[in-house]
Design a protein around this ligand. Structure first.
Ligand SMILES: NC(=O)c1ccc[n+]([C@@H]2O[C@H](COP(=O)([O-])OP(=O)(O)OC[C@H]3O[C@@H](n4cnc5c(N)ncnc54)[C@H](O)[C@@H]3O)[C@@H](O)[C@H]2O)c1
Length: 321
């Protein structure tokens, strides 16, 4: 999402300078930014949120008007097998960033949270921004903690934080552990497509280009201290998503394999979006158009994902872990 936003800003808003500060974990490859490295408006700093000294140096050096925090451990399955890095980056890392923003008087900080903080909305109305948090996975719990710290820094210290809670994003450059790229790549190899518990769980899908526009809208029109949901208004079961991908690729549904459900699997995420709609944003990319663009991108950019094929979270050479 961060690299898509960098591209969006450099293409659409001339004169804006973007500096990326990134630890380059398994998910944060420089290949995601290869095409903007020579852009005069782009800069890159290798750094960890938990490295207080370097973080302080970077903020002092570049004096940003706005800091956007995308950095996180993001994969729910990894949070179930190894939660510690999630607490380190998504909780302690966010705390370090908030402290730096407080000490250095950062004029505006936009923190990217998630719809998963509201927990399972099965049988419940879509969550509004002031809904209680009921996170269901270690990932969601770590994001909920970061979100709450961000809110507390506004209330206690008046650090000008805005929180964004997007729904499931999809689009180019998404690490192939996530449902849509994993399905595309496995289908291209005619490998079975695993679906947790039958795939009837529902998610709300938002094209990443539309999220970039939502973020820009909030940077320019959002109110410090507020949180904004960013829904896609596009609820689909995981089974529907996988079926649509197979149909676009011309692959048979016999590739689908139902596997044992993920422990604590939330059945549905759903949010209202009245606040962000009120700022004049709405998602513009229809589902099938966004999906076709995404599939096309993975077909054309094999150089980007082929080196990742050994990762056990989507490896095409193993039936399924
Ligand atoms: N992908 C989604 O569907 C989705 C939905 C809602 C919210 N979000 C949130 O949006 C943000 C971006 O998600 P994504 O899917 O693009 O993530 P990603 O996993 O693809 O990328 C995360 C980035 O953060 C960097 N990073 C991780 N730990 C770091 C640290 N300690 N210091 C500095 N950099 C670090 C990584 O190197 C990588 O570049 C995250 O905060 C995530 O929780 C994602």
């Amino acid at each position: 999402m961060g690299s898509n936003f960098v591209r969006y800003v450099l293409e659409r808003h001339s004169g804006v300078r973007v500096v990326v500060y990134d630890k380059l974990t398994y998910a944060g490859r420089l290949d995601n930014l290869r095409d903007v490295f020579d852009h005069p408006g782009f800069g890159f700093v290798y750094g960890d949120l938990l490295d207080e000294e370097r973080l302080t140096w970077a903020i002092r050096e570049f004096e940003p008007d706005v800091v956007v925090n995308f950095a996180a451990e993001t994969h729910v399955d990894r949070s179930i097998s190894e939660p510690a890095p999630f607490i380190e980056t998504n909780v302690v890392g966010v705390f370090y960033l908030l402290e730096a923003a407080r000490r250095l008087d950062v004029p505006r900080l936009v923190h990217i949270s998630t719809d998963e903080v509201y927990g399972d909305r099965w049988g419940l109305p879509p969550a509004e921004e002031d809904e209680c948090f009921r996170p269901g996975s270690p990932y969601a719990a770590s994001k909920a903690a970061g979100d709450l710290f961000a809110q507390s820094y506004w209330r206690t210290y008046r650090v000008p934080v805005i929180v964004l809670r997007p729904s499931n994003n999809y689009g180019p450059f998404q690490y192939p552990e996530k449902l849509i790229p994993r399905t595309i790549i496995r289908a291209l190899h005619d490998k079975p497509i695993p679906l947790y518990g039958g795939g009837w769980q529902k998610r709300d899908w938002l094209y990443v280009g539309d999220f970039s526009e939502a973020l820009w809208t909030v940077i320019t029109k959002g109110v410090p201290g507020e949180a904004y949901n960013v829904p896609g208004f596009n609820e689909k079961s995981n089974l529907e998503v996988v079926r649509d991908i197979l149909r676009v690729l011309g692959k048979p549904e016999t590739l689908i394999r139902v596997v044992e459900d993920r422990p604590g699997h939330d059945r549905r995420y759903a949010m209202r979006g009245d606040k962000i709609l009120g700022l004049g944003w709405k998602p513009r990319t229809p589902w099938l158009e966004g999906l076709k663009k995404t599939i096309e991108w993975y077909l054309v950019n094999r150089w980007w994902w082929e080196p990742l094929l050994g990762d056990k979270f989507f490896a095409v050479d193993t039936p399924w872990q």
